[in-house]
Design a protein around this ligand. Structure first.
Ligand code: NDP
Ligand code: 8X3
Length: 252
């Protein structure tokens, strides 16, 4: 029987690339995100290209009731999830702490921390019932370092790092693997979202160096997931060659 991966935030960037890679490896997929048109399109593409089954579930990870209703509402066969990729996340704004927008702060904490918790609570219970599983959390170099004006985004990703360590301990008796991947700069829709649609400003973030691609991160996730049963990758930091840490990029 084909394995199942549930990927949050599969409508773009790293989540979409991870869906493609897992489908190529023969996984059936549950893909989530708010933009149902994109989910439907991706599901049809993956089904046709790789002959895998794809279920789509559209909800906002910030909305606890929506998360519970949509995930618990999946047919029983889809609850045999082998891999959960907690990828849905975002940054909003890049301002010093005294000038930050409190709505931006709420959005980041609600999505990156609380949304990840809501999904994890449900899926980890399925994994415990199934007797196996692997949870991969998308952290960030912002969850390892803190950079100027990154304040709340960095705090949310430090929280993901702490939760990853906590999950690893709490889920140990159940044989569930837990991994955090901390990427540096990846050229996706991330900066367009951070700068609220300002594509010109977003493009500047990746000028003068080769950023990671979404595929690079998907391959890193796959590396962690494809280790033998007795091997757990606790954490991995994956950076563009031109980026040393959260705030040091060598641009040509
Ligand atoms: P994208 O903006 O390209 O994709 C983000 C995904 O998250 C989309 O599918 C989006 O779906 C989903 N998402 C955002 N908010 C919500 C929400 N409230 N409910 C449900 N889904 C949501 O960004 P990336 O692919 O780059 O980011 C993926 C993850 O990787 C994030 O956690 C990010 O923090 C992390 N990361 C990114 C880096 C980068 O430089 N790009 C580096 C390090 C980590 P939709 O809008 O359809 O709901
Ligand atoms: C995204 C990478 O450097 O913009 O998490 O924080 S960074």
């Amino acid at each position: 029987m084909a394995k199942i991966a549930l990927i949050t935030g599969a409508t773009a960037g790293i989540g979409e690339a991870t869906a493609e890679l897992f489908a190529r490896e023969g996984y059936n997929l549950i893909l989530t995100g708010r933009r149902i048109d994109r989910l439907d399109k991706l599901a049809a593409h993956l089904n046709k290209k790789y002959n895998v089954e794809v279920a789509v579930s559209s909800f906002d990870v910030r909305n606890r009731d929506e998360v519970v209703e949509n995930l618990e509402g999946l047919p029983a066969k889809w609850k045999k999830v082998n891999v959960l990729v907690n990828n849905a996340g975002l940054s909003q704004g890049l301002d010093p702490i005294d000038k930050g927008d409190m709505d931006d702060w709420d959005r980041m904490i609600d999505t990156n921390v609380k949304g990840l918790l809501y999904v994890t609570k449900i899926v980890s219970n399925w994994m415990i019932t199934n007797g196996h599983g692997h949870i991969v959390n998308l952290g960030s170099i912002a969850g390892v370092d803190v950079y100027a004006n990154g304040n709340v985004y960095c705090a949310s990703k430090h929280a993901v790092d702490a939760l990853n360590k906590a999950m690893r301990i709490d889920l140990l008796p159940h044989g569930i693997k837990v991994t955090v991947i901390h990427p540096g700069a990846v050229e996706t829709e991330f900066s367009i979202v951070r700068f609220k649609g300002d594509e010109k400003r977003a493009k500047k973030v990746y000028e003068g160096f080769d950023a990671l691609s979404a595929d690079d991160v998907a391959e890193t996730i796959w590396f962690a997931v494809s280790r033998p049963a007795h091997v757990n990758i606790n954490e991995l930091i994956v950076m563009p060659t031109a980026q040393a840490n959260g705030s040091t990029i060598f641009r040509k």
